[in-house]
Ligand binder design. Structure first.
Ligand SMILES: Nc1ncnc2c1ncn2[C@@H]1O[C@H](COP(=O)(O)OP(=O)(O)OP(=O)(O)O)[C@@H](O)[C@H]1O
Ligand SMILES: [Mg+2]
Length: 146
């Protein structure tokens, strides 16, 4: 089947619209009849990535690609970047500020949750240029991809 890719914009610091990109990805996958457990894992990864862009990143996007045998979820932003990716991946590590914590964020569990729910995760980040996270979800043999 041919590849399919769709992207949704994410605006940094826009807490009113935060979550819309991941809901759009979720609705798209539902309309394509993917397995509900798979959609749930992708929705968790999408939401955590989107909130990280809103809180810590710069403007960016969330994209979903449907490919033969796999789905690829990508989030990219042009923010400050992650200085130490290994440290950021540790459960409980967070640079969230008081405002974020008052809204219930800042447990330092977003990246660990993404790692747990994706089959593979790759993070690239360059200081003052931004962050790019790719997550792969492999489909069982014979699963519907079109
Ligand atoms: N897109 C990003 N740009 C810059 N820094 C980021 C980005 N995503 C994550 N980080 C850094 O990695 C840290 C850990 O991220 P993680 O999602 O695990 O926790 P959190 O966002 O702080 O809290 P939680 O997700 O539990 O609400 C963040 O506190 C931040 O310092
Ligand atoms: Mg987070």
């Amino acid at each position: 089947m041919s590849k399919f890719r769709k992207s949704f914009h994410i605006k940094a610091r826009d807490f009113i619209r935060a979550g819309e990109a991941s809901i759009n990805v979720q609705n798209l996958l539902k309309s394509m009849n993917f397995d509900s457990r798979l959609i749930r894992r992708i929705a968790i990864c999408g939401y955590e990535s989107e909130m990280n862009v809103v809180m810590h990143g710069g403007d960016g996007s969330l994209s979903i690609e449907v490919d033969t045998g796999k789905l690829v979820l990508e989030v990219a932003d042009d923010g400050p970047g992650i200085a130490d990716i290994e440290l950021a991946m540790q459960a409980g590590y967070s640079t969230a500020n008081d405002d974020h914590r008052e809204m219930g964020f800042g447990a330092g569990m977003g990246l660990p949750n993404m790692k747990k729910n994706a089959d593979q995760i790759y993070i690239e980040s360059v200081k003052d240029q931004g962050t790019h996270v790719r997550m792969f979800f492999f489909l069982p043999d014979g699963a519907k991809t079109d």
